[in-house]
Design a protein around this ligand. Structure first.
Ligand code: ADP
Ligand code: MG
Length: 357
Protein backbone atom coordinates (compact mmCIF):
# COMPACT_ATOMS: atom_id res chain seq x y z
CA UNK A 1 0.00 0.00 0.00
CA UNK A 2 1.18 3.46 -0.71
CA UNK A 3 0.61 7.15 -0.30
CA UNK A 4 -0.34 8.47 -3.72
CA UNK A 5 0.47 12.01 -4.84
CA UNK A 6 -1.05 13.60 -7.91
CA UNK A 7 1.08 16.65 -8.57
CA UNK A 8 -0.06 19.39 -11.00
CA UNK A 9 -1.91 16.84 -13.10
CA UNK A 10 -3.94 17.89 -16.12
CA UNK A 11 -5.16 15.97 -19.12
CA UNK A 12 -6.40 16.55 -22.64
CA UNK A 13 -7.30 13.77 -25.08
CA UNK A 14 -6.45 16.11 -27.98
CA UNK A 15 -3.40 18.02 -26.71
CA UNK A 16 -2.07 18.80 -30.19
CA UNK A 17 -5.29 20.33 -31.42
CA UNK A 18 -5.17 24.13 -31.89
CA UNK A 19 -7.94 24.27 -29.26
CA UNK A 20 -7.37 21.32 -26.94
CA UNK A 21 -10.23 20.34 -24.65
CA UNK A 22 -9.16 19.56 -21.11
CA UNK A 23 -10.88 16.54 -19.52
CA UNK A 24 -8.98 17.43 -16.34
CA UNK A 25 -7.85 20.94 -15.41
CA UNK A 26 -4.66 21.25 -13.33
CA UNK A 27 -4.97 19.93 -9.79
CA UNK A 28 -2.86 18.41 -7.05
CA UNK A 29 -3.89 16.10 -4.24
CA UNK A 30 -2.63 13.39 -1.94
CA UNK A 31 -4.30 10.08 -1.15
CA UNK A 32 -3.09 8.88 2.22
CA UNK A 33 -2.20 5.27 2.79
CA UNK A 34 -5.10 3.14 4.03
CA UNK A 35 -7.93 5.65 3.56
CA UNK A 36 -11.19 5.24 1.68
CA UNK A 37 -11.79 7.79 -1.08
CA UNK A 38 -14.73 8.40 -3.36
CA UNK A 39 -14.48 10.37 -6.58
CA UNK A 40 -17.94 11.82 -7.05
CA UNK A 41 -19.41 13.83 -9.92
CA UNK A 42 -21.84 13.73 -12.82
CA UNK A 43 -21.14 11.72 -15.96
CA UNK A 44 -18.38 13.18 -18.14
CA UNK A 45 -16.70 15.24 -15.38
CA UNK A 46 -13.39 13.34 -15.59
CA UNK A 47 -13.63 10.65 -12.89
CA UNK A 48 -12.51 7.73 -15.07
CA UNK A 49 -9.75 9.85 -16.58
CA UNK A 50 -8.41 10.58 -13.09
CA UNK A 51 -8.53 6.92 -12.09
CA UNK A 52 -6.85 5.77 -15.30
CA UNK A 53 -4.07 8.29 -14.79
CA UNK A 54 -3.36 6.75 -11.39
CA UNK A 55 -3.40 3.20 -12.72
CA UNK A 56 -1.31 4.12 -15.77
CA UNK A 57 -3.89 3.39 -18.47
CA UNK A 58 -3.79 7.07 -19.39
CA UNK A 59 -0.64 9.17 -19.37
CA UNK A 60 -1.40 12.70 -18.15
CA UNK A 61 -0.68 15.61 -20.53
CA UNK A 62 1.11 17.31 -17.63
CA UNK A 63 2.08 16.57 -14.04
CA UNK A 64 3.57 13.70 -12.06
CA UNK A 65 2.21 10.75 -10.10
CA UNK A 66 4.15 9.57 -7.07
CA UNK A 67 3.67 6.38 -5.07
CA UNK A 68 5.38 6.73 -1.69
CA UNK A 69 7.35 9.68 -3.10
CA UNK A 70 8.63 7.57 -6.03
CA UNK A 71 7.79 8.97 -9.46
CA UNK A 72 5.74 6.37 -11.36
CA UNK A 73 4.50 8.62 -14.19
CA UNK A 74 6.52 6.70 -16.77
CA UNK A 75 5.73 3.24 -15.39
CA UNK A 76 3.28 0.95 -17.13
CA UNK A 77 0.15 -0.29 -15.35
CA UNK A 78 1.69 -3.73 -14.69
CA UNK A 79 4.60 -2.11 -12.91
CA UNK A 80 2.51 0.10 -10.64
CA UNK A 81 1.14 -2.63 -8.40
CA UNK A 82 -2.45 -1.39 -8.65
CA UNK A 83 -5.65 -3.41 -8.70
CA UNK A 84 -8.39 -1.93 -10.86
CA UNK A 85 -12.05 -2.96 -11.02
CA UNK A 86 -14.10 -1.69 -13.95
CA UNK A 87 -17.76 -0.83 -14.36
CA UNK A 88 -18.50 -4.09 -16.16
CA UNK A 89 -17.09 -7.48 -15.19
CA UNK A 90 -13.79 -8.53 -16.71
CA UNK A 91 -13.35 -12.23 -16.04
CA UNK A 92 -11.91 -15.34 -17.66
CA UNK A 93 -14.96 -17.32 -18.78
CA UNK A 94 -13.08 -20.55 -19.33
CA UNK A 95 -11.74 -20.65 -15.77
CA UNK A 96 -13.54 -21.57 -12.56
CA UNK A 97 -14.37 -18.92 -10.00
CA UNK A 98 -11.45 -20.14 -7.89
CA UNK A 99 -9.02 -19.87 -10.81
CA UNK A 100 -10.27 -16.38 -11.59
CA UNK A 101 -9.75 -15.22 -8.01
CA UNK A 102 -6.38 -16.93 -7.78
CA UNK A 103 -5.12 -15.49 -11.06
CA UNK A 104 -3.46 -12.31 -9.72
CA UNK A 105 -1.64 -14.46 -7.12
CA UNK A 106 -0.58 -17.10 -9.62
CA UNK A 107 1.02 -14.37 -11.75
CA UNK A 108 3.13 -13.47 -8.73
CA UNK A 109 4.10 -17.00 -7.66
CA UNK A 110 2.19 -17.16 -4.39
CA UNK A 111 2.36 -20.53 -2.65
CA UNK A 112 -0.58 -22.92 -2.90
CA UNK A 113 -1.45 -22.52 0.78
CA UNK A 114 -1.26 -18.71 0.73
CA UNK A 115 -3.36 -18.66 -2.45
CA UNK A 116 -5.96 -20.94 -0.84
CA UNK A 117 -6.10 -18.74 2.22
CA UNK A 118 -6.53 -15.48 0.29
CA UNK A 119 -9.04 -16.88 -2.23
CA UNK A 120 -11.15 -18.40 0.54
CA UNK A 121 -11.11 -15.24 2.59
CA UNK A 122 -12.18 -13.05 -0.34
CA UNK A 123 -14.78 -15.59 -1.49
CA UNK A 124 -16.22 -15.60 2.02
CA UNK A 125 -16.51 -11.79 2.07
CA UNK A 126 -18.16 -11.69 -1.33
CA UNK A 127 -20.46 -14.70 -0.80
CA UNK A 128 -18.79 -16.66 -3.58
CA UNK A 129 -17.66 -19.67 -1.55
CA UNK A 130 -20.24 -22.09 -2.86
CA UNK A 131 -19.34 -21.20 -6.47
CA UNK A 132 -15.58 -21.63 -6.23
CA UNK A 133 -15.56 -24.75 -8.41
CA UNK A 134 -18.14 -23.54 -10.95
CA UNK A 135 -17.07 -22.27 -14.35
CA UNK A 136 -17.19 -18.46 -14.19
CA UNK A 137 -19.31 -18.24 -17.35
CA UNK A 138 -22.22 -19.92 -15.54
CA UNK A 139 -22.60 -17.10 -13.04
CA UNK A 140 -25.04 -14.16 -13.24
CA UNK A 141 -23.88 -10.68 -14.26
CA UNK A 142 -23.69 -9.43 -10.68
CA UNK A 143 -21.83 -12.54 -9.49
CA UNK A 144 -19.35 -12.00 -12.32
CA UNK A 145 -18.80 -8.48 -11.07
CA UNK A 146 -18.15 -9.91 -7.61
CA UNK A 147 -15.39 -12.01 -9.16
CA UNK A 148 -13.89 -8.85 -10.68
CA UNK A 149 -14.05 -7.19 -7.29
CA UNK A 150 -12.54 -10.26 -5.66
CA UNK A 151 -9.63 -10.23 -8.09
CA UNK A 152 -9.02 -6.62 -7.08
CA UNK A 153 -9.06 -7.48 -3.39
CA UNK A 154 -7.20 -10.78 -3.35
CA UNK A 155 -3.74 -9.27 -3.18
CA UNK A 156 -2.82 -7.62 0.10
CA UNK A 157 0.30 -5.94 -1.24
CA UNK A 158 -1.22 -3.58 -3.83
CA UNK A 159 -0.60 0.18 -3.69
CA UNK A 160 -4.36 0.77 -3.96
CA UNK A 161 -7.55 -0.81 -5.24
CA UNK A 162 -9.21 1.48 -7.79
CA UNK A 163 -12.87 0.85 -8.51
CA UNK A 164 -14.73 2.57 -11.33
CA UNK A 165 -18.49 2.49 -10.63
CA UNK A 166 -18.04 -1.19 -9.73
CA UNK A 167 -21.51 -1.83 -8.38
CA UNK A 168 -23.48 -0.53 -11.38
CA UNK A 169 -24.63 -4.01 -12.40
CA UNK A 170 -25.39 -5.12 -8.86
CA UNK A 171 -28.85 -4.99 -7.30
CA UNK A 172 -29.46 -2.38 -4.53
CA UNK A 173 -29.62 -4.74 -1.53
CA UNK A 174 -26.42 -6.47 -2.44
CA UNK A 175 -24.83 -3.09 -3.17
CA UNK A 176 -25.48 -1.95 0.36
CA UNK A 177 -23.94 -5.12 1.80
CA UNK A 178 -20.95 -4.94 -0.50
CA UNK A 179 -20.18 -1.36 0.41
CA UNK A 180 -20.17 -2.44 4.04
CA UNK A 181 -17.89 -5.36 3.19
CA UNK A 182 -15.51 -3.06 1.34
CA UNK A 183 -15.38 -0.85 4.42
CA UNK A 184 -14.56 -3.89 6.58
CA UNK A 185 -11.84 -4.96 4.17
CA UNK A 186 -10.37 -1.47 4.34
CA UNK A 187 -10.46 -1.45 8.14
CA UNK A 188 -9.01 -4.95 8.43
CA UNK A 189 -6.26 -4.78 5.79
CA UNK A 190 -5.75 -0.98 5.65
CA UNK A 191 -6.01 -1.19 1.88
CA UNK A 192 -6.30 2.20 0.17
CA UNK A 193 -9.61 2.06 -1.68
CA UNK A 194 -10.66 4.56 -4.32
CA UNK A 195 -14.23 4.30 -5.45
CA UNK A 196 -15.65 6.22 -8.41
CA UNK A 197 -19.36 6.95 -8.44
CA UNK A 198 -21.91 9.48 -9.66
CA UNK A 199 -24.18 8.59 -6.74
CA UNK A 200 -23.79 10.84 -3.69
CA UNK A 201 -25.33 8.24 -1.39
CA UNK A 202 -22.77 5.68 -2.42
CA UNK A 203 -19.97 8.19 -1.90
CA UNK A 204 -21.25 9.42 1.46
CA UNK A 205 -21.81 5.93 2.90
CA UNK A 206 -18.55 4.48 1.64
CA UNK A 207 -15.80 7.05 1.88
CA UNK A 208 -14.11 9.00 4.64
CA UNK A 209 -12.87 11.47 2.02
CA UNK A 210 -14.85 12.56 -1.00
CA UNK A 211 -13.41 14.28 -4.06
CA UNK A 212 -16.21 16.19 -5.77
CA UNK A 213 -15.69 16.93 -9.46
CA UNK A 214 -17.50 19.06 -11.99
CA UNK A 215 -16.51 19.61 -15.63
CA UNK A 216 -12.89 18.56 -15.24
CA UNK A 217 -12.38 20.48 -11.98
CA UNK A 218 -11.86 19.15 -8.49
CA UNK A 219 -14.34 21.43 -6.74
CA UNK A 220 -13.97 20.16 -3.17
CA UNK A 221 -12.38 17.39 -1.18
CA UNK A 222 -13.54 16.68 2.31
CA UNK A 223 -15.31 14.39 4.72
CA UNK A 224 -19.02 13.74 4.22
CA UNK A 225 -19.66 16.12 7.15
CA UNK A 226 -17.58 18.94 5.62
CA UNK A 227 -19.28 18.59 2.27
CA UNK A 228 -22.64 18.60 3.96
CA UNK A 229 -22.07 21.52 6.31
CA UNK A 230 -19.69 23.79 4.37
CA UNK A 231 -19.98 23.18 0.63
CA UNK A 232 -17.24 25.17 -1.12
CA UNK A 233 -19.42 26.06 -4.07
CA UNK A 234 -23.12 26.25 -4.82
CA UNK A 235 -22.58 23.27 -7.17
CA UNK A 236 -21.49 21.09 -4.22
CA UNK A 237 -24.37 22.41 -2.10
CA UNK A 238 -26.76 21.51 -4.84
CA UNK A 239 -25.20 18.18 -5.85
CA UNK A 240 -24.80 16.81 -2.33
CA UNK A 241 -27.64 16.35 0.11
CA UNK A 242 -31.22 15.36 -0.30
CA UNK A 243 -32.96 17.68 -0.79
CA UNK A 244 -30.31 19.95 -2.31
CA UNK A 245 -29.11 22.89 -0.20
CA UNK A 246 -31.53 25.83 -0.11
CA UNK A 247 -29.91 28.63 -2.11
CA UNK A 248 -31.36 32.15 -2.18
CA UNK A 249 -30.24 35.07 -4.29
CA UNK A 250 -29.65 37.82 -1.81
CA UNK A 251 -27.93 41.14 -1.24
CA UNK A 252 -25.50 42.09 1.46
CA UNK A 253 -27.07 44.37 4.01
CA UNK A 254 -24.32 44.88 6.57
CA UNK A 255 -20.95 43.34 7.48
CA UNK A 256 -22.56 40.08 8.48
CA UNK A 257 -26.16 40.17 7.23
CA UNK A 258 -27.90 39.52 3.95
CA UNK A 259 -31.38 40.32 2.81
CA UNK A 260 -33.60 37.74 1.21
CA UNK A 261 -37.03 38.85 0.13
CA UNK A 262 -36.76 41.90 2.43
CA UNK A 263 -35.96 39.79 5.49
CA UNK A 264 -32.67 40.39 7.22
CA UNK A 265 -30.67 37.23 7.89
CA UNK A 266 -27.66 37.42 10.16
CA UNK A 267 -24.73 35.13 9.31
CA UNK A 268 -21.32 34.38 10.81
CA UNK A 269 -19.57 35.41 7.60
CA UNK A 270 -17.59 38.62 7.22
CA UNK A 271 -19.19 40.40 4.26
CA UNK A 272 -17.11 43.58 4.34
CA UNK A 273 -14.96 42.73 1.30
CA UNK A 274 -17.50 41.78 -1.34
CA UNK A 275 -16.52 42.47 -4.92
CA UNK A 276 -19.72 41.60 -6.72
CA UNK A 277 -23.46 41.65 -6.28
CA UNK A 278 -23.78 37.95 -7.09
CA UNK A 279 -24.46 36.86 -3.53
CA UNK A 280 -26.35 33.74 -2.46
CA UNK A 281 -27.31 32.49 0.95
CA UNK A 282 -27.07 28.71 1.35
CA UNK A 283 -28.67 26.77 4.18
CA UNK A 284 -29.37 23.05 4.54
CA UNK A 285 -33.00 22.08 5.04
CA UNK A 286 -31.87 19.97 8.03
CA UNK A 287 -30.95 23.17 9.91
CA UNK A 288 -34.19 25.07 9.25
CA UNK A 289 -36.85 24.48 11.90
CA UNK A 290 -40.21 25.88 12.90
CA UNK A 291 -39.44 28.99 14.98
CA UNK A 292 -39.73 28.58 18.74
CA UNK A 293 -38.66 31.60 20.85
CA UNK A 294 -35.86 32.95 18.69
CA UNK A 295 -35.97 36.65 17.98
CA UNK A 296 -33.84 36.92 14.86
CA UNK A 297 -33.44 35.18 11.50
CA UNK A 298 -37.14 34.38 11.29
CA UNK A 299 -38.87 34.16 7.95
CA UNK A 300 -42.61 34.17 7.26
CA UNK A 301 -43.50 31.45 4.82
CA UNK A 302 -46.53 29.94 3.10
CA UNK A 303 -46.44 26.19 3.48
CA UNK A 304 -47.19 24.47 0.18
CA UNK A 305 -46.85 20.87 1.17
CA UNK A 306 -45.70 18.59 3.97
CA UNK A 307 -44.42 15.15 3.01
CA UNK A 308 -44.11 12.37 5.55
CA UNK A 309 -40.92 10.60 4.57
CA UNK A 310 -40.86 7.95 7.27
CA UNK A 311 -38.31 9.14 9.77
CA UNK A 312 -38.81 12.88 9.06
CA UNK A 313 -41.20 15.38 7.50
CA UNK A 314 -40.22 17.57 4.59
CA UNK A 315 -41.86 21.00 4.50
CA UNK A 316 -41.92 22.81 1.15
CA UNK A 317 -42.86 26.47 1.53
CA UNK A 318 -42.74 29.78 -0.30
CA UNK A 319 -40.70 32.69 0.95
CA UNK A 320 -41.86 35.34 -1.49
CA UNK A 321 -40.86 33.88 -4.87
CA UNK A 322 -38.30 31.54 -3.32
CA UNK A 323 -38.98 27.93 -2.45
CA UNK A 324 -37.64 26.88 0.92
CA UNK A 325 -37.39 23.33 2.22
CA UNK A 326 -37.12 22.32 5.84
CA UNK A 327 -36.63 18.84 7.28
CA UNK A 328 -38.27 18.39 10.67
CA UNK A 329 -38.86 15.49 13.01
CA UNK A 330 -42.00 13.41 12.60
CA UNK A 331 -43.38 14.76 15.88
CA UNK A 332 -43.14 18.43 14.84
CA UNK A 333 -46.51 20.18 14.84
CA UNK A 334 -46.83 22.39 11.81
CA UNK A 335 -49.20 25.34 12.38
CA UNK A 336 -51.94 25.76 9.77
CA UNK A 337 -51.11 29.43 9.22
CA UNK A 338 -48.59 32.17 10.07
CA UNK A 339 -45.72 29.73 9.87
CA UNK A 340 -42.35 31.17 10.82
CA UNK A 341 -39.13 29.31 10.11
CA UNK A 342 -35.85 29.90 11.90
CA UNK A 343 -32.59 30.08 9.95
CA UNK A 344 -29.66 29.61 12.38
CA UNK A 345 -26.91 32.16 11.71
CA UNK A 346 -24.08 29.71 12.41
CA UNK A 347 -25.31 27.30 9.73
CA UNK A 348 -25.56 29.93 6.99
CA UNK A 349 -23.11 29.70 4.09
CA UNK A 350 -22.68 32.82 1.98
CA UNK A 351 -21.54 32.48 -1.63
CA UNK A 352 -20.07 35.17 -3.85
CA UNK A 353 -19.98 34.22 -7.53
CA UNK A 354 -21.03 30.75 -6.35
CA UNK A 355 -17.94 30.32 -4.15
CA UNK A 356 -18.08 30.08 -0.36
CA UNK A 357 -16.85 33.19 1.45
N1 ADP B 1 -10.58 8.12 -24.90
C1 ADP B 1 -11.13 9.33 -24.96
N2 ADP B 1 -10.94 10.14 -26.03
C2 ADP B 1 -11.47 11.38 -26.09
N3 ADP B 1 -12.22 11.94 -25.12
C3 ADP B 1 -12.45 11.19 -24.04
C4 ADP B 1 -11.94 9.86 -23.89
N4 ADP B 1 -12.32 9.38 -22.68
C5 ADP B 1 -13.06 10.36 -22.11
N5 ADP B 1 -13.14 11.44 -22.91
C6 ADP B 1 -13.83 12.71 -22.59
O1 ADP B 1 -13.26 13.24 -21.41
C7 ADP B 1 -14.25 13.77 -20.53
C8 ADP B 1 -14.19 13.05 -19.19
O2 ADP B 1 -14.55 11.69 -19.38
P1 ADP B 1 -14.51 10.60 -18.22
O3 ADP B 1 -13.22 10.71 -17.50
O4 ADP B 1 -14.85 9.29 -18.83
O5 ADP B 1 -15.69 11.10 -17.27
P2 ADP B 1 -16.56 10.30 -16.17
O6 ADP B 1 -15.86 9.05 -15.82
O7 ADP B 1 -16.68 11.27 -15.04
O8 ADP B 1 -17.91 10.05 -16.79
C9 ADP B 1 -15.57 13.61 -21.25
O9 ADP B 1 -15.87 14.81 -21.91
C10 ADP B 1 -15.30 12.49 -22.24
O10 ADP B 1 -16.11 12.61 -23.39
MG1 MG C 1 -16.52 7.04 -15.95
Amino acid sequence: MAKIDLSNISHSYNPNDPNPVYALNPFSMTWENGNRYAILGPSGCGKTTMLNIVSGLVRPSAGRILFDDKDVTDLKTEDRNIAQVFQFPVIYNTMTVYENLAFPLKCRDFSKSKTDERVNSVAETLNLKSFLNSPARKLTADQKQLISLGRGLVREDVAAVLMDEPLTVIDPDLKFRLRRNLKEINEQYKTTLVYVTHDQNEAMTFADNIIVMSEGEVVQTGSPKELFERPNTTFVGYFIGSPAMNLFESEASSNDSVKINNTLIKTHTNLSNLKTKNIKLGIRSEFIKIAQNQNENLVDVNVEKVEDLGNYKLITAKLGDFTIKSKVTRETEIPSQNVKLHIPADKCCVYEDNKLI
